[in-house]
Ligand binder design. Structure first.
Ligand SMILES: [Zn+2]
Length: 250
C-alpha cells in the first residue's frame, strides 16, 4: 500500500514530462517561426532601395533641340533631384549614373554600344534588389504640339502599371493642377515593350518628363523649379504605390 502513491506520482511525472516536452517544443517552434518572420520582415524593410536610371549620357546625348539642349543633361538633373527627394524619405538610392557618362564599358555582352549601355543599366537594377526603379527620359515629336508627361510600363506587369498610375496621378495633382494650374494638361500611362522594362526583374517605369520639341515643355525643361517639382511628384507617386505594398512609412 505504500508503493501505490509512489507509482501514481511517477505516472503523473511522466505525463507531466510529456506535456512539458510538448509545451517546450511548441514554444521553441513559435520562437523559431517568429524569428524567421521577423528577420524576413526586417530584411524587407531594411532593403528600401530604389534605383534611378537617368537615360543616355556621355557620347549618347539622347534627343535635343536646336539650341543644343540635350536630353542626357535634363535626365541627370531630374534624376539627381529625385535622389535627393528619396534620401529625405529614408530610402537607399542607387543611380545607374551620377555623371555625364554612357555605361557600355560596364557590360561585356557582344553587342552594339547602345545595347551594352542598356544591358549595364539592366544589370545595375537587377543586382540591387530594388523596391522599384525609375528610368528618366525626355520625349520628342515631329508634331510640335505634342507635350506632357508620359509614364511607360511593361504591358504584362500589373505592379508596373500600378506604379505608373500612381505616378501619373501624382503628376496630375502636383504638376498640372497645383503648379501649372492648367486643367487642359494631363499625364498619360502607356504600356510599352521597352528593353529596360522587359529585361528587369523588379517593378519599374520609364518616365518621359516632357517634349523637348514643344515650346512650352521646352521652356519648362530648362526651369529648375519645374524639374524640382517633377522629382517631387515622382517621389510622391512612388510612395503612394509603396504604401499599398506595406512599404508606406519611413
Ligand atoms: Zn531618351
Amino acid at each position: 500500500m505504500k508503493r501505490k502513491p509512489k507509482v501514481y506520482i511517477i505516472k503523473l511525472n511522466r505525463k507531466m514530462l510529456i506535456l512539458l516536452t510538448i509545451i517546450v517544443l511548441f514554444i521553441i517552434g513559435a520562437i523559431i517561426f517568429k524569428e524567421f518572420k521577423v528577420s524576413r520582415i526586417f530584411k524587407y524593410q531594411s532593403n528600401r532601395t530604389i534605383v534611378i536610371d537617368p537615360g543616355h549620357g556621355g557620347i549618347d546625348g539622347g534627343t535635343s533641340d536646336k539650341e543644343g539642349l540635350l536630353e542626357k543633361d535634363i535626365n541627370l538633373d531630374v534624376g539627381l533631384k529625385l535622389k535627393k527627394e528619396l534620401l529625405v524619405e529614408g530610402f537607399k538610392v542607387i543611380m545607374t549614373r551620377e555623371k555625364d557618362q554612357s555605361l557600355e564599358e560596364f557590360s561585356n555582352i557582344n553587342s552594339s554600344r547602345y545595347r551594352r549601355d542598356l544591358n549595364a543599366r539592366k544589370t545595375i537594377i537587377n543586382e540591387n534588389d530594388p523596391l522599384t526603379f525609375i528610368s528618366i527620359h525626355v520625349n520628342s515629336s515631329k508634331k510640335s504640339r505634342a507635350r506632357g508627361i508620359k509614364i511607360y510600363y511593361y504591358p504584362t506587369s500589373s505592379e508596373g502599371k500600378e506604379l505608373a498610375e500612381s505616378i501619373c496621378e501624382s503628376i496630375n495633382i502636383n504638376i498640372y493642377e497645383k503648379y501649372l494650374k492648367d486643367n487642359t494638361l494631363e499625364a498619360e500611362i502607356i504600356p510599352e515593350d521597352y528593353f529596360i522594362l522587359r529585361e528587369t526583374e523588379f517593378p519599374g517605369v520609364l518616365v518621359e518628363i516632357g517634349f523637348i520639341t514643344n515650346p512650352e515643355d521646352n521652356r519648362l525643361l530648362k526651369d529648375e523649379r519645374y524639374k524640382t517639382k517633377v522629382a517631387f511628384a515622382i517621389k510622391k507617386g512612388i510612395m503612394e504605390y509603396l504604401s499599398g505594398h506595406g512599404q508606406g512609412d519611413g
